[in-house]
Design a protein around this ligand. Sequence first.
Ligand code: GDP
Length: 336
Amino acid sequence: MKKKVRHRHSLEDYHAGILLGDKVLLAQAITLAESELESDRNLIENLIEKIVTHKKDSIRIGITGSPGVGKSTFIETFGRHLTTQNKKVAVLAIDPSSYKTKGSILGDKTRMEELAKDPLAFIRPSATRNRLGGVAAGTSESIILCEAAGFEVIIIETVGVGQSETAVRNLVDFFLLLMLAGSGDELQGIKKGIMEMADGIVITKADGENLKKATQAQADFTHALHLFQLPESGWNPKVLTSSALEKTGIEETHKIISDYIRFTQANGFFEKNRHQQDIACFHDYFNSSLLHLLAQRSTIEKSKKKLEREIMAGEITPWLASRQLSNLVLDALKKM
Ligand code: GDP
């Protein structure tokens, strides 16, 4: 989808406004970051270069879980807990449903109403348009923009439907998985993969009749996590229970995240992880700009379409087709 974004402001306006924490300019800059238009890309790249020098310390938290597990209610309560401590919180909600269907799991306006009104909070839903590796276009830039605007905690929310977690894991310091006791989540193979990426698991809706089940699930998950290999961070993932409605387990979650940050800062993993993420970002962007460059060359696009037709007709194998196209790309590069 090509979003047309008018530059209502100059680079200098965005720069100055974002540094002052102007949420309207921040939101517009994020729209630019999500755009595929060349002129928008240029502006955002220049803006990032200017702004990155003002980057302040922040904590980046990824939060994932199945639809209905209680993500938005938890983030609202957790976010309010942080803002009452005078911390500025940005929530970037990545919504894998809305790009294709224009419908939305995350984007409806009734979510996080209280937090949305909070002057110390900024909430931004984004439709995913996958770059290679599935990073929502513009999310890494959006993080830098939010940090420059003074947000100290950046929460990246994603629906746990399988593909987006790995991408989000590569953007954050702490990865939190929300699970509902007795929902069958425990049994799904896909969750095992996600559990292995988690630095913390919160069993949600631990209230009323659910409380007992939640406490049991906490013990089960703690046990299950012990069977996994210790992650590179050296941190033993923790399991908590929480009720966002009764506001239990919220302070504890905050404490675990702070403990993790201290622990990984002390052992050097925090910084190393951010640098590794920068390398992954570099690869990701380089690959997509290369593909973009190639797609702009009409002869290559035409040959690609022709080879696709030949594959469909059974006239050529995909391997030979790939070899032929690579040779064309090589020729084009030589002429550059
Ligand atoms: P999401 O789809 O993961 O963002 O889930 P929501 O936050 O929208 O919550 C789904 C449903 O669970 C809503 O009806 C909430 O009211 C309910 N819910 C969320 N958190 C809690 C909680 O802590 N306790 C209880 N009992 N219900 C909750």
